[in-house]
Every structure is written in C-alpha cells, then in structure tokens.
Ligand binder design. Structure first.
Ligand code: SF4
Length: 293
C-alpha cells in the first residue's frame, strides 16, 4: 500500500459525502443472527479506514454512488418495524460503515433508541474517532442502552498500516478509545482479529494482547478473538496487495478435500479463565500433597 491515509482527515472527507445535516447514507436494512437474539441492522455507508479484508469495501470506496440519506428517526422506524416482525430481536445497530462518522446522526439515533422499547443499541467501531476525541465518548455516557464493541485490527503500528491503509501514528487511537470508554463507564467489549494466523502471526498477537493487558488485564480474559471470513472480493483485493492468505499451508490444511472449509485458529486467550483441571495434573498434585512436597 503506497499512500497511507490519515483516518481523521479521511473521516472529514467521507462525512462530506455521506452525511447531510443529521442525515446519513444507508445502503439497506435487515437482520443478522448476531448477539444471541439477532440484531436489526442498518447498513451505513462510509468508513475512515481502508482494511484489506473489509466486507463493505464496495460502498466504502464508492460512497458517492449510494444516494439515499436517512434521518435518525427514519432509521429507527425502519429498524423498529423489523423488530416488530421478529419478536426475539431486541437490539439495533449500524454496521458495514463506521458508525461514528456523522456524529449528529448517531447521537440522535441513540437518543431515540434510549427513549424507546428497544433493549440495546450496539455500536461496532474501529475506535479511531473515540480515541481521537474524548468528548465524543463523554457524550455517550448519558445513555444507558448503548453497548460499544471496539474492534482492534493489529498488534503493531506497522501491521496496522498494512491491514488498514492508515498511517502508523493512528494505531494508538483505538487503545486510547478503550481508556476513554473505561473512564466514562460505558458498557463495552473489545474484539480483535487475532484468532486467525493468516492475518496475525504469534508475535503480533502477543503484542496486541500485551497492549490490551496494560490497559486492564481483565479485558484480556474477555477479548473476543475473531477469524477473518474472506468473501471472494476480499480475496481478490488481498491478492492484489500481495497477501498470501488462503495459500499459506497450516497443519489442518492437510485434511485434503476439507482444506477449503477448515479454518485454523489460535486457542482463544479467554480460555485461560476456564482453569480446566487435567486429571493427570490433579493426581500428581494429590501425590505431592500426601508426601508433603
Ligand atoms: S473499519 Fe470496518 S468498515 Fe472500515 S474499512 Fe475496516 S473493516 Fe471496513
């Protein structure tokens, strides 16, 4: 990637296209089975990063081609109507684009949700603007129904640039965002694309986990580690960028015909908290106890 972007500058530039007053561009609305109950989702347009594995790159890179602006009330009414048809669902969210763009739109949508019968507003973010502007996070603390899911992309500044197309200095923003979320008592979780050896080698993963643990060790035990599901267009782009994902051979890939379906991943770091006791280990300790060792 040659020309690295400044995600703060790109946020402003993108907002000029995808925001108009308190309105924002959306491609469509629907549901996904995530967050246990499912979630009514608005697919917003525009982002301030350029991740190589992005699913929403078509609208991200061509946001001027989407023409439909929606006010917060219109977005809420559509999502609320979707929930009405799917009684198990009690959450709404903005996905695809970065929800923290078009701040007025987002704040008004959260405010409407807060006063409604919808259980939760899920805000999935790359954390750039929350790290850059502490007041943005402070303003969120007025709302109780919000759940922020912050997605960390990389474990070093260099890897961050390679994966997101952003300047390495921007690597710090998501970690700063975590500090801000903690400071203002916002309900949040941290996710990372760290379960996938194709996109994060063990050393980078240790670096990322260490950074999270420096902020709060408890966050490490709750870290949602994710695999990267590669849609065909993302694969094409990765090849163009010279990534070898999909061609790298890991031990599981020797399963012949299953190769294309089996994904390998690291043991999740949060499995540490399970404290599984192995029978042999238990027996050894009992024997040692008996002998007073
Ligand atoms: S932060 Fe999300 S929406 Fe933005 S480019 Fe990366 S993967 Fe795509």
């Amino acid at each position: 990637m040659l020309n690295l972007i400044d995600p703060i500058e790109l946020a402003k530039k993108t907002e000029n296209v995808v925001c108009r007053g308190n309105k924002r561009k959306y491609l469509r609305f629907g549901t996904t089975p995530d967050y246990k109950t499912g979630v009514a989702t608005g697919y917003a347009v525009g982002c301030n990063l350029r991740c190589v594995f992005c699913w929403a790159h078509e609208t991200r890179d061509n946001n001027e081609l989407v023409r439909d602006f929606y006010s917060p009330r219109e977005v809420f009414d559509i999502l609320h109507e979707i929930i009405g048809r799917n009684p198990k669902i009690d959450k709404i969210r903005i996905s695809d684009g970065e929800p923290t763009l078009c701040r007025d739109h987002l704040m008004e949508l959260i405010e409407i949700t807060e006063k409604s019968d919808v259980g939760q507003f899920v805000l999935e973010t790359n954390g750039i603007l929350f790290g850059y502007d502490e007041n943005y996070v402070k303003d969120l603390s007025a709302f109780k129904k919000i759940y922020v899911r912050l997605d960390l992309k990389a474990g070093t500044p260099e890897a961050f640039s390679k994966k997101t197309g952003a300047i390495p200095e921007a690597y710090e923003y998501p970690f700063q965002a975590i500090r801000h979320l903690m400071k203002y008592g916002i309900n949040f979780g941290v996710a990372a694309m760290s379960a996938d050896p194709r996109f994060m080698d063990p050393l980078e993963r240790v670096g990322l986990i260490t950074r999270v643990g420096e902020i709060d060790p408890a966050l490490v035990l709750r870290l949602e580690e994710e695999m990267t599901v590669l849609v065909p267009t993302a694969k094409k782009r990765l090849n163009a960028y010279g990534w070898k994902a999909g061609k790298v051979k890991y031990p599981f890939y020797v399963i012949g015909p299953l190769r294309k379906y089996v994904q390998v991943s690291y043991m999740p770091i949060k499995s540490l908290k399970k404290q599984k006791v192995n029978f042999g280990f238990l027996l050894k300790n009992l024997i040692q106890l008996k002998h007073g060792i």
